[in-house]
Write a protein that binds this ligand. Structure first.
Ligand code: 6R9
Length: 679
């Protein structure tokens, strides 16, 4: 979700989390028995009703085919809902042709909705812009023409490295319009991360900005693009012909004549007529890189028809969207999947009016979000637990200064939301500080970059919601919790989260690596998609998410790989070995804690070395990956086979007595580490 929402610079003291692990905390949560039924009024006006589940169960592909025809305008109708003859490679809406940008834009204008606001933009410094559907359509047509004139053709890849400004959405939709495949790289990622993504996707064009604003100060983007491209020029070369640059913060930028072009000179001056043609339902729409268990990020591939159908359906059903009256705000950056599905695509496909905010929640003051919500009368808010916990820390008196009475649905995504935060969100934000008799329902939505759209969530007009649980698979989605052997667990039991049947917005693969796609998701259990999350079914059969079971951390809703950060640390000349764990953190869910062994010839300069290594990770991967705590230790706990026992490091990181160390090659190591940390 929106990055760096804590406002801290990650130098805060380590959190001991009261000696309780997240797992323990979740065990306690399962005692949770509060339930909140939808109000009669909400249920009566809800866009979907309980019979959706039965309709979907009767015939899943037929249910989705109906949704595909209801929610999208197809240039050519499809012949078959699902082709699952070659699992795990699914084809949805076979033979159909559809243009994502036409569906998000032109057709609304043709239907007389050209004057409806598509995007209200609020910049961090307070500048604002409004785009109606007619205006946004025109911008996207210009960008489509401009990109085509630069030689970008159907199937080519375009890297997007932009802040949260309307040009990000315009660029993505312009790519979709011409059938180019966008690969958005989060603006908080480093030049090196950008380089590897440009390289892997062999992007032809990069769209970036001079920079953005971060807490009132200009924050640059273009230098990272320059650095990434020159690094490739000094190596094997690259595929990029042009860099289109949006002027956002007006800072000076380095310029490569012939390669770099200002958006204002290229897009703004392009013709505003452009006819969209349908693309095959399975035509690639985008690649989005996400962390896996190994150091190399995975390029998750999504295609067109199925992705658009499920994002649009879930956006409508889960948020109870009434596009004529709602003002919808998803706080996610377009650099994450939530920003793709629930900022760029679904809201516009559904003809909604949405708000887009560039900056941080505490700039220029800690009430900024609520000031914005009041100003635009936001009625649906979609954000992450880490943000909610930050607001809790800042105090309820801050949102209490604003009128939040328009809010009627609240969404949560990215990590488990603890009941305390859930209740706070409900009362303080959804209840307008306790002034509402019927606070807004909360929909906790579980899904992943790989699933493309929401998979588990209550329906706010149907489900009685439960603090802390994402609850039920959505209509048409076959989620289950299984044991080691892939057998469904009974209510009250825990296991692994899987998906048993293909779903429309499922990933179609990992860019350039079909074997890794099969190994990662389809080899753990026979004929089931393995999500990598632990989960539990409670006595009612509701699903509770228990966090990742692999070496992937979740920091403020961002997926980070332990291995990737460890590799970054060992790439520093002073580091011999590194182990990284995700430790429970009250605000960010998990925080990165690194244990480092220095090389024999390196001098330990104490805090200075710690700072240098933390910054090194920031430079290699991006500021969000910087360890919150970095401990220099003499040794690491290892098994006889040489595997680092992260569980024990996690005990230290979370301030607990360390557990059973008998499987270690040298059990006394834990004492050495503890001693060295006491010094
Ligand atoms: C959308 C998004 C996916 C991982 C996922 C899980 C965690 C997401 C959650 C949740 C508990 C929720 N996650 N939503 N855990 N409750 N409502 O976040 O995608 O960045 O790929 O992360 O996030 O662990 O496996 P992505």
């Amino acid at each position: 979700m929106s990055q760096d929402t804590t406002g801290s610079t990650a130098t805060a003291a380590p959190s001991a989390a009261g000696g309780q692990t997240r797992q323990d905390a979740l065990e306690n949560l399962l005692q949770e028995n509060r339930k909140f039924a939808p109000s009669a009024e909400f249920a009566a006006n809800a866009v979907v009703s309980a019979d959706e589940y039965a309709k979907a169960d009767a015939d899943r592909p037929a249910f989705w085919a109906n949704k595909a025809r209801e929610l999208l305008t197809w240039s050519k109708d499809f012949d078959q809902a699902l082709d699952w003859s070659n699992p795990p490679f699914a084809k949805w809406f076979v033979g159909g042709e559809v243009n994502a940008a036409y569906n998000a834009l032109d057709r609304h204008v043709e239907n007389g909705l050209g004057d409806r606001v598509a995007i209200y933009f609020e910049g961090e410094p307070g500048d604002t812009r409004t785009y109606t559907y007619a205006e946004l359509t025109e911008e996207v047509k210009k960008a489509a023409n401009a990109f085509e004139s630069l030689g970008v053709a159907k199937g080519d890849r375009v890297a997007v490295y932009l802040p949260m400004i309307p040009e990000a959405v315009i660029t993505m939709l312009a790519c979709a319009r011409i059938g180019a495949v966008h690969s958005v790289v989060f603006g908080g990622f480093s030049a090196d991360a950008l380089r590897s993504r440009i390289e892997d996707a062999e992007a032809k064009l990069v769209v970036t900005a001079d920079g953005t604003y971060r807490r009132g100060k200009p924050s640059p983007l273009k230098p990272a693009v320059d650095e990434a491209l020159s690094a490739m020029e000094n190596g094997d070369g690259h595929s990029v012909n042009n860099v289109v640059v949006v002027k956002r913060n007006g800072e000076d930028v380095n310029w490569v004549d012939g390669r770099d072009l200002w958006w204002s000179e290229t897009v703004d001056k392009a013709p505003s007529e452009h006819t969209a043609v349908g693309h095959d339902s399975e035509h690639p729409l985008f690649i989005l890189y996400t962390s896996g268990t190994t150091g190399k990020p995975k390029g998750i591939l999504h295609t067109t028809g199925g992705y658009l159908t499920q994002t649009a359906y879930t956006h409508r059903a889960v948020f109870d969207l009434h596009p004529e009256t709602d003002v919808y705000w998803c706080t996610a950056d377009v650099g994450w999947v939530t920003g793709h599905s629930y900022v760029t695509y679904a809201p516009l496909i559904n003809g909604a009016t949405q708000l887009m905010y560039e900056g941080t929640p505490d700039s220029p003051h800690q009430g900024r979000w609520w000031e914005i919500a009041e100003k635009y009368k936001v009625s649906i808010l979609y954000t992450a637990p880490t943000a909610i916990r930050t607001f809790m820390k800042w105090g309820r008196e801050i949102p209490a200064k604003y009128d939040l009475s328009a809010i009627r649905v609240l969404g949560s995504v990215g990590e488990p939301i603890n009941p305390e935060a859930w209740m706070w969100y409900r009362e303080v934000i959804g209840g307008n500080g306790g002034k509402k008799a019927n606070p807004a329902p909360i929909v906790d939505t579980w899904w992943q970059t790989e699933t493309g759209a929401q998979m588990i969530a209550p329906l706010p007009g149907v489900t009685s919601t439960k603090p802390g649980s994402a609850q039920v698979p959505l209509p048409g989605i076959a989620v289950d919790v299984v044991d080691e052997n892939g057998a469904s667990v009974a209510n009250g039991e825990g296991g692994y989260l899987v998906v048993r049947e293909p779903w429309p917005s499922m990933l179609r693969g990992i860019w350039g690596d079909p074997e890794r796609f099969k190994d990662t998701y389809w080899s753990r259990f026979e004929a089931m998609y393995f999500a990598g999350d632990g989960a539990k079914k409670d006595e009612d059969g509701d699903v509770w998410l228990l966090g990742r079971v692999d070496d992937v951390m979740n920091v403020s809703g961002h997926r980070l790989s332990t291995t990737e950060i460890e590799s970054a640390l060992v790439s520093h000349p002073a580091v011999a070995e590194a182990a990284v764990v995700g430790a429970a953190d009250d605000t960010t869910g998990q925080a990165v804690v690194a244990f480092v062994i220095l090389r024999g010839d390196a001098t330990n300069k104490g805090d200075e070395t710690v700072l240098e290594l933390r910054n090194h990770v920031g430079k290699e991967i991006g500021p969000i990956a910087k360890p919150k705590q970095l401990l220099i230790v003499p040794e690491l706990p290892k098994t006889r086979s040489g595997k680092i026992v992260r569980r024990l490091l996690k005990d230290i990181a979370e301030g607990r007595d360390t557990g059973d160390a008998t499987t270690l090659a040298d059990p006394s190591i834990m004492n050495h580490i503890a001693e060295s940390l006491r010094k």
